[in-house]
Design a protein around this ligand. Structure first.
Ligand code: SF4
Ligand code: SF4
Length: 466
């Protein structure tokens, strides 16, 4: 097995409350369709800040790393701690090229190689698994920021049950987020019992898995069902009627999609377009990490550039910067590129992305800034639209006119990194953007514009006067 993974938890979770309730016998639910094994690409040890809790840092510091790895003699293992809402967090030191000081030239973790997996910081051992504690047990999933998880490379998750359950127990001590409670915020006004929510989720999941139907109509069916449920007076439905209602409507949408009778949504409205561009920018915030140690004036310059570029970008001009994709990404050029083609590999990646989020209970509640379940489904749709945009951006960065599966994989990595590892969606500004892209049928329109509509899409690309 390759030397294992690393992890960022730039949103370290609050887990202390569940420690006493978590037992080694907790039920663990594994996703049926996902596969993963580490293939030692080293990305997670290169791309992320590795944040450890105080206890984890003390454990790591109790060893003389300079004795084991002479090049680390006198090198601080951690950077100065940063204050987070959960307490002081310690970031593993990185080399000048951004890689973790423990990563060797072959993308192997030297701690893992020399001392075994157990000696690594817990966050490194856990990545890319996610664990969500619910009234039924722990739901396991994988982050799609890991290239192996996106590609579905590795053993089926079910075959990893024992080792994953052990990791889940370790995570329960200080990593797991606040558990999902017995009633879940379904809409802004309605809470559903957890058991009802699982029933509804099965319907969404069933719609996603209609493999005879192309992914785009499947996704739009899911979004339409979520919208219908948001608009329905569900508070009048009791005792599992919400599930029944959902099943009936789900069957109806599935039948329409499979008969090719689904009416495509219209193009996004002006306000949605502006909010969607803001949404796209949220995925570039990692670009700021390197500036953390920059001088005051350098930071000011960057802030001003970010703000003015952002304004122009929101209004349909300008660019965003993403070094992974070759630097500046000019909006009008990328808008005008063709959408991802219908391709089985691309469809499978989108399906894995959605499935990992839904099964892992990652789209709502404590894992997603407290947002209601149905809002989370709409955000998932808008995230697929963002993947459609970033896939074009990736192709542009490669100087290719057409999107290929590798571009979609890169786009999923970019989008997922922010969705499951960042505090960004917990901010007030992000809530305003989310409200815009999930309003009424906005998410369906975005999906149509960025995943399926033939390019160019004039109503979307037309820049607005600055
Ligand atoms: S400690 Fe090892 S697994 Fe963790 S980030 Fe560093 S190299 Fe990667
Ligand atoms: S990103 Fe995934 S495949 Fe690459 S080293 Fe990390 S866990 Fe392994």
């Amino acid at each position: 097995m390759p030397a294992a993974p690393a992890q960022i938890l730039s949103r370290p979770a609050r887990g202390n409350g569940i420690v006493n309730r978590m037992t080694t016998a907790a039920r663990v639910f594994m996703p049926a369709d996902l596969r993963y094994d580490c293939h030692a690409c080293g990305r997670c040890c290169r791309d992320w800040m590795i944040l450890c809790s105080e206890a984890e840092a003390q454990r790591t510091l109790s060893r003389d790393w300079g004795e084991l790895f002479p090049d680390l003699k006198g090198v601080p293992v951690f950077e100065p701690p940063v204050q987070m809402p959960e307490g002081r967090m310690y970031r593993l030191s990185h080399k000048a090229d951004g890689t973790c000081i423990f990563l060797d030239g072959n993308n192997r973790c030297r701690i893992h190689e020399q001392l075994g997996s157990a000696a690594k910081p817990l966050v490194c051992r856990i990545y890319p698994y996610t664990f969500t504690h619910t009234p039924s047990g722990i739901f396991v999933s994988v982050k799609m920021s890991c290239p192996s998880a996106i590609a579905g490379k590795g053993r089926p998750m079910e075959e990893q049950r024992e080792e994953v359950a052990a990791l889940a127990s370790a995570a329960a001590r200080d990593i797991l987020p606040t558990p999902i409670s017995g009633t879940v915020r379904f809409t802004r006004k309605l809470r559903l019992p957890w058991t009802d929510l699982i029933g509804v989720q099965e319907v969404f999941d069933g719609l996603f898995r209609q493999r005879g139907i192309p992914f785009f109509p499947r996704l739009v069916s899911v979004l339409r069902l979520a919208r219908l449920l948001s608009e329905a007076r569900l508070s009048a439905l009791e005792g599992g009627q919400a599930i029944e209602f959902c099943r009936i409507m789900g069957k109806d949408f599935a039948a329409q999609a499979s008969a090719g009778q689904m009416i495509p949504p219209g193009l996004p409205k002006t306000g949605t377009r502006i909010q969607f561009r803001q949404f796209l920018r949220m995925f570039t915030l990692r670009e700021f990490v390197d500036f953390a140690g920059a001088s005051f004036f350098a930071r000011m310059k960057l802030q001003i550039r970010f703000f003015t570029n952002g304004l122009r970008f929101a209004l349909g001009r300008g660019e965003i910067v993403m070094r992974d994709l070759g630097g500046a990404l000019p909006l009008p050029t990328i808008d005008a590129m063709p959408p991802p083609p219908a391709h089985p590999e691309i469809e499978a990646m989108f399906e894995r992305f959605c499935s990992s989020k839904i099964f892992g209970q990652l789209t709502y509640g404590p894992n997603a800034g407290g947002q209601p379940y149905l809002t989370g489904i709409a955000v998932l749709g808008a995230s697929c639209a963002a993947i459609g945009w970033y896939a074009r951006a990736s192709a542009y960065g490669r100087k290719s006119a057409a999107v290929e599966p590798q571009d979609v994989a890169e786009a999923i990595r970019i989008v997922d990194s922010t969705l499951t590892s960042s505090r960004i969606f917990f901010s007030t500004a992000a809530r305003a953007v989310v409200a815009g892209i999930t309003h009424q049928d906005a998410a369906e329109r975005l999906v149509w514009a960025w995943m399926a509509a033939p390019a160019p899409v004039p109503a979307v690309v037309a820049p607005m006067p600055v």
